[in-house]
Design a protein around this ligand. Structure first.
Ligand SMILES: Nc1ncnc2c1ncn2[C@@H]1O[C@H](COP(=O)(O)OP(=O)(O)OP(=O)(O)O)[C@@H](O)[C@H]1O
Ligand SMILES: O=P(O)(O)O[C@@H]1[C@H](O)[C@H](O)[C@@H](OP(=O)(O)O)[C@H](OP(=O)(O)O)[C@H]1O
Length: 358
């Protein structure tokens, strides 16, 4: 788009007035304005009009930024802290951390989003990357660069979400000795080392009355295999958030974890790629698992999905399989498969006796 050459193209006061009026009614979609309104504008004036309208809309959307309502882990905005923000159009703004974590995550998104070697059935597991943008930081420190990502919770009303930090080891070989020691300690003290992943944060929707069950994050990180399986069962159970201490009934396991489009199927698709790809090593990356329980309650598809997030510690794979991530993924798949197998065994035990066969 060319900018308006002032000498050749004087804009009359009437036109400027008309433009200002249109700005007062700016809720109209700018393209509609561009094509339908003010036919007395010439092309260059219309281009200028469109540019200003878009700028105005951008500033409106910036004003509507808010703290993500469904964030379960990581650095959080609020109380003067720096954290991600979302807008109503479905964008998630993650502040670029000032050190190499920020530059590394930006490097990853830039390279991955234009990497033609990534098949579409794999890129769908990653948030869409829209570049970076300077926006007012949540800690009040002024304009700061943010990664602009697809908001994975957009359209969800009451999502159940779990952030699963993958791998027995959460540090990349290039990290500083101090950082390695910090991570080593945490990996040893949590389920990361023995089980290949840890639950970084979780929220489980109960029902309208009881709302969410959102336990203290640290209480979810060092679970034994048995307790971890119970949490993954609770995730897909009909228990309200007040009766989470009761035995989970796995009422929605089949529709959320099972089926041809369910979470297990998606995990297996991801595993097949990890068994082959040697381009990246995803240290400290998370799988975000979510679904909408109310849809399951209504007998509809609850939209179980997995997405990969947090790429601050991703490094080049240099032709080597990412055994660290793959090991964690196989372990997670085993947990979910066992939950589904137990469900099938339970049904085959119960159904014949109901029919009087046994
Ligand atoms: N694209 C996204 N859309 C919606 N929610 C997201 C998105 N990315 C992250 N989140 C939410 O934010 C949380 C933290 O994300 P992320 O791990 O990227 O942040 P972080 O501050 O780097 O975390 P950490 O401190 O663990 O390194 C996730 O658990 C999830 O709830
Ligand atoms: O070292 P970094 O890159 O700055 O970020 C930390 C890292 O992602 C840890 O894995 C995370 O622990 P979790 O397993 O709890 O997510 C920790 O959260 P914490 O500060 O809340 O412990 C983060 O601060």
């Amino acid at each position: 788009m060319n900018s308006l050459p002032v000498e050749n193209n004087k804009i009359s006061r009437v036109k400027i007035f008309a433009f200002l009026i249109s700005q007062a009614r700016i809720r109209l979609f700018p393209l509609k304005l561009y094509f339908n309104c003010y036919s007395f504008y010439n092309t260059q004036e219309r281009h200028l009009h469109l540019k200003l309208s878009l700028l105005h809309c951008a500033s409106l959307s910036v004003r509507m930024l808010k703290i993500p309502p469904h964030q379960v882990a990581g650095h959080k905005a609020g109380n003067g802290k720096l954290g991600p923000l979302v807008d109503e159009s479905g964008r998630f703004y993650k502040p670029l951390q000032g050190d190499e974590r920020g530059s590394n995550e930006l490097k990853f998104y830039t390279s991955f989003s234009s990497d033609t070697r990534i098949p579409e059935h794999i890129s769908k597991f990653f948030p869409t990357f829209y570049g970076t943008q300077l926006i007012e930081a949540s800690d009040g420190s002024g304009l700061k660069p943010h990664l602009v990502l697809q908001d994975l919770s957009i359209g969800r009303v009451n999502p159940s979400i779990v952030d699963i930090k993958m791998g027995s080891r959460t540090w990349a070989p290039e990290a500083s000795e101090e950082y390695i020691q910090k991570c080593l300690k945490k990996d040893r003290e949590t389920s990361s080392l023995p089980l290949g992943f840890r639950l970084s944060g979780i929220q489980i929707y109960g029902n309208k009355e009881s709302g969410y069950w959102k336990p203290e994050r640290t209480s979810m990180q060092n679970l034994s295999a048995e307790k971890l399986k119970t949490i993954l069962k609770k995730f897909v159970s009909s228990n309200t958030s007040r009766d989470m201490n009761l035995q989970p009934d796995c009422a929605f396991a089949a529709t959320v974890y099972g089926g041809s489009t369910g979470i297990l199927s998606q995990l297996l698709e991801l595993k097949a790629w990890f068994e082959d790809q040697t381009m990246y090593h995803f240290y400290s990356c998370s799988i975000l698992m979510s679904f909408e329980k109310e849809l399951a309650l209504e007998g509809k598809n609850p939209g179980g999905q997995i997405k990969l997030i947090d790429f601050a510690h991703v490094i080049e794979g240099k032709g080597v399989i990412d055994h660290n991530f793959l090991g964690g993924l196989c372990s997670l798949i085993k947990f979910i498969s066992e939950i589904l197998t137990a469900l099938i065994e339970h049904i085959t035990e119960v159904v014949p006796s109901v029919n009087g066969v046994n």
